[in-house]
Design a protein around this ligand. Structure first.
Ligand code: ZN
Ligand code: ZN
Length: 319
């Protein structure tokens, strides 16, 4: 007679507004079109810090974590694309899988990578190149974000690029701009340390606020003041790219936008092809600003960052 053995694992769980805790929870059950991933590295994202303070898009109880990589039961090392799309709706058919009408995000709408194990759709896993360190594998998701952002921004040759906010996405935008031939890259962050990292990664200058005029400004913060600043710093006809999600408030002068033909565009996620590009890129990038922590320290690290801590810029949990 078969006997049922309840197997548990450790997971960092978002349990209530502003609360994440380490819990023992049931191991995931794996459906026929899914695969179990033993998580090796899972990045804490700024969107999760905001999401836990102001539940809505994410609702507790939830195992978050959408930036992760790990090992499958047959020993393959994989990165997981957390955007689950239907592949059939009009937007998927047009190639905009990140905008799928039935879009679900692993770590938002279903359990994610802040756990020892997670079940994901078979279609979500991408093989990693041999020898890629887990630190790089855990950064593939935000790198894919930077790839997509660059693609949707239609940046002219020799652009002057500004970056507001030197968190993970901002620092990746700095590196991307440098590699894609921007004539100048200027970054801004209220944290001296983060600004210094942006300089080390190739920004021509970095300080507490953006100075100068730009063809493109990436707002990787998303506060009303940073959205307004991103637009104010543009040359007429220039493009501001909204990436940050800190506030829903727009905060900018729409009449000025009309009179100067400035463009403001949103950027969210990436296509499967852009995710694959990021898998190739991750090994080449300077990720010396990434720190790893055991899952057991996850609640402390998460809470520090949520309460305004600026270090580390990127924390990877290693279950
Ligand atoms: Zn993220
Ligand atoms: Zn779809």
């Amino acid at each position: 007679m078969p006997c049922y053995i309840r197997r548990v694992m450790k997971a960092l769980v978002f349990t209530a507004p502003s609360v994440v805790e380490l819990h023992d929870i049931d191991e995931p059950s794996v459906k026929p079109d899914e695969i179990l991933v033993e998580v090796a590295a899972a990045g804490i994202c700024g969107s999760e810090l905001h999401g836990v303070r102001t539940p809505g898009f994410r609702t507790p109880p939830l195992v978050m974590g959408h930036e992760f990589a790990g090992t499958t039961p047959d020993g393959r090392r994989v990165a997981v694309n957390p955007i689950v799309s239907c592949g059939r709706c009009d937007l998927c058919v047009r190639g905009h899988r990140q905008l799928c009408r039935g879009r679900a995000l692993i770590g938002v709408h279903r359990p994610g990578g802040f756990a020892e194990r997670v079940a994901v759709p078979v279609s979500a896993v991408h093989a990693l190149p041999d020898g890629m360190p887990w630190t790089a594998a855990g950064l593939i998701e935000p790198i894919a974000y930077a790839v997509h952002t660059w693609n949707v921004s239609q940046i002219p040759e020799g652009a002057r690029v500004g970056v507001v906010g030197c968190g993970t996405i901002g620092l990746l935008c700095v590196q991307f701009a440098r590699r894609r031939g921007a004539v100048s890259v200027v970054a801004a962050d209220v944290s001296d340390r983060r600004a210094a990292i942006a300089s080390r990664l190739g920004a021509d200058s970095a300080g507490p606020s953006l100075r100068g005029e730009f063809d493109v400004v990436f707002d990787a913060v998303g506060l009303p003041v940073t959205r307004a600043d991103a637009l104010a710093r543009l040359v007429p006809g220039g493009t501001a790219v909204a990436l940050g999600l800190a506030s829903a408030d727009p905060g900018f002068d729409a009449a000025d936008l009309v009179r100067t033909e400035k463009r403001l565009i949103g950027s969210f996620g990436y296509t499967p092809a852009e995710f694959a590009t990021a898998v190739d890129l991750a090994a080449e990038w300077d990720l010396s600003w990434v720190n790893t922590f055991p899952l057991a320290d996850g609640a402390r690290v998460f809470t520090d960052l949520m309460n305004g801590g600026t270090e580390p810029v990127k924390a990877l949990l290693t279950p």
